[in-house]
Write a protein that binds this ligand. Structure first.
Ligand SMILES: Cc1cc2nc3c(=O)[nH]c(=O)nc-3n(C[C@H](O)[C@H](O)[C@H](O)COP(=O)(O)O)c2cc1C
Length: 217
């Protein structure tokens, strides 16, 4: 680490190679905020349901409608998570959006339970059948996507802290009538939770517009 003092702003300059992955992780999860949360349901080849939240999650493009999320290797033993193992097996999953109302249940699904544990049962959330994929959706989510695997990109050396990017194509949208207004998602009804660092979350509390000029004059 060294320092810079540029125009009166004092800053640390940190080369990630000179610190642990846990220290790099803290810088990332504290800075990349707020993060959307993908509540991912998957199912193994032998029919075992799994449900877990992932906040390294975003859209990729809309034609075809594509999303990504990043299940890391477990920080304490480097093993891959059940969600990734199931998606490798079945090439399918669902993404369920987390509203304020189901925050507690979502966190209950974020413990690294063994693969034979069904987090729908742990959390009391309700699995409902999907139309095009075998993994069930979360009935309590106001928006869900059924997804087919596009590809899995492995990142890192296979050790703890390394990870994967899972890219999926949305093959079906499920949107509650309540949140669908004028062809758009109504954010005041969706009430999505955002993830911050550690055990902290944020609600949408203030919305304002900054108008963008789409084309140059
Ligand atoms: C809100 C939230 C977001 C999370 N985001 C991620 C993430 O982006 N990547 C990851 O590897 N783990 C993430 N986790 C931890 C996983 O949810 C946790 O390891 C879970 O037990 C994995 O379950 P599985 O082994 O059944 O797939 C997150 C946890 C919470 C509570």
């Amino acid at each position: 680490m060294h320092r810079e003092n540029y125009s009166g702003n004092k800053r640390m300059i940190i080369d990630p190679k000179n610190q642990t992955f846990a220290e790099n992780h803290k810088l990332m999860i504290g800075s990349i905020v707020p993060r959307p949360i993908a509540f991912i349901s998957s199912i193994s080849n032998n029919g075992q349901n799994n449900l877990a939240p992932f906040s390294y999650f975003n859209g990729v493009c809309s034609n075809p409608p594509t999303v990504m999320f990043a299940p890391g290797r477990r920080a304490y033993d480097g093993l891959t998570k059940d969600t990734l193992n199931n998606i490798r097996e079945t090439k399918e999953f669902t993404i369920n959006i987390v509203s304020e109302e189901i925050g507690e249940q979502m966190v209950a699904c974020a413990t690294d339970y063994p693969p034979n544990i069904d987090e729908f049962e742990i959390s009391g959330l309700t699995p409902v059948p999907s139309e095009k994929v075998k993994a069930p959706r979360v009935a309590e989510s106001k928006v869900s996507f059924e997804c087919k695997l596009n590809q899995i990109v492995e990142i890192g050396d296979g050790g703890a802290g390394a990870g994967f990017v899972v890219i999926g194509t949305i093959v079906m949208f499920h949107v509650d009538d309540d949140v669908f207004q004028d062809g758009k998602i109504d954010i005041d009804t969706l009430k999505p939770l955002g993830r911050l660092a550690g055990n902290s979350y944020t609600k949408i509390s203030e919305i304002f517009d900054i108008v963008r000029k789409v084309h140059p004059d």
